[in-house]
Design a protein around this ligand. Sequence first.
Ligand SMILES: NC(=O)c1ccc[n+]([C@@H]2O[C@H](COP(=O)([O-])OP(=O)(O)OC[C@H]3O[C@@H](n4cnc5c(N)ncnc54)[C@H](OP(=O)(O)O)[C@@H]3O)[C@@H](O)[C@H]2O)c1
Length: 333
Amino acid sequence: MIVKTVIIGFGNVGRALLKELVKIKEFNIVGLASSKGAVIVRDNKDVNEALLIAEKKQKLDKHSKFIEGLTSIELAKETSAELAFIAIPPSYETGEPNRRIYYGLIDLGVSIVTADKTVLAREYVELKNKVYERRLFIGYRATVAAGTPVLDVARGLRGREVERIRAVLNATTNYILSLIEEGLSYREAVEKAIEEELAEPNPQIDAHGWDPAAKLAITVSELGTPITIMDVIREPLETIPEEEVRRAIREGYRIKYIAEAILGEETYIVHPAKIKREDKLANVSGNINVVEFTLENEKVVIEGPAGPAWRTAKVMVTDAIEYLETRKQLKAS
Ligand SMILES: NC(=O)c1ccc[n+]([C@@H]2O[C@H](COP(=O)([O-])OP(=O)(O)OC[C@H]3O[C@@H](n4cnc5c(N)ncnc54)[C@H](OP(=O)(O)O)[C@@H]3O)[C@@H](O)[C@H]2O)c1
């Protein structure tokens, strides 16, 4: 079984994904797309050239077969792709162009594996309904704490009475807060995080809570209570004074950027919160994420790495393997 596959987005994740997928014989890479155009991959020579470009961390337009202006949807159509990996930047406020790409692929009958949270966070139910109506597959493990199967845990708790979720879901704000604890101002800490390529060039994605809010919305939806990112209140990280971050340490606490859901009250929030030092969530640092589900007077906790890009690509491969299994069932029925 050979699956004609395209990769949409040739940035950190897309490039890492190409390196992973060429190792798996079931996936035949037939196309690559970036924001300005695409490459129709016709043979091994084209793949090898793309791998070289990926190795050098260059943009796709360096490829000799790059066709300027060829869109992802045109690429999928032209190559008769069966599966698309999506690794494009989020667009939470308008949803575009991401929505157009997802629904365009679905209309063409293309299954999806995505690391981008946009459409699931904005319209989880509508997207999944569309996918299932067309008897397609969507894999999205990489959208929450890529590297740690948080969504598998959430799926495994469906039908149980989960009362509360508390989580640290964003590495960048962890890092910014640790720099503020060391004495930097908020602005200096954000600048350092951008300099070190830890923060998105648009710091609002992290520090205004869009990223953890998207992850919280997808996790809650996965539990069986569909919500959208617009249901999540976002208190920007900068609402907490720097001195308060440092005082918390002296008093045996830490300030953490917490994503929280109280399910019975339909309260969903991302906010800087004062956490006791001995609390698991207070001790999370670097790119480690923690999600704590409270149910039946006990806690189920999952902790592990989120990203970077190479690990995210491996998680997308896990989804792709699931696709191969699902495909057999879809074809058989
Ligand atoms: N990095 C991680 O560890 C990680 C972990 C989990 C999830 N994610 C998610 O994965 C996605 C990709 O992340 P990344 O770090 O790879 O981002 P990135 O390095 O900024 O790369 C984004 C890529 O998407 C392309 N692109 C933008 N708009 C496009 C469009 N309309 N059509 C086709 N391609 C388009 C860009 O094209 P150009 O090259 O022309 O700019 C670029 O190649 C994001 O949604 C991110 O939140 C990342």
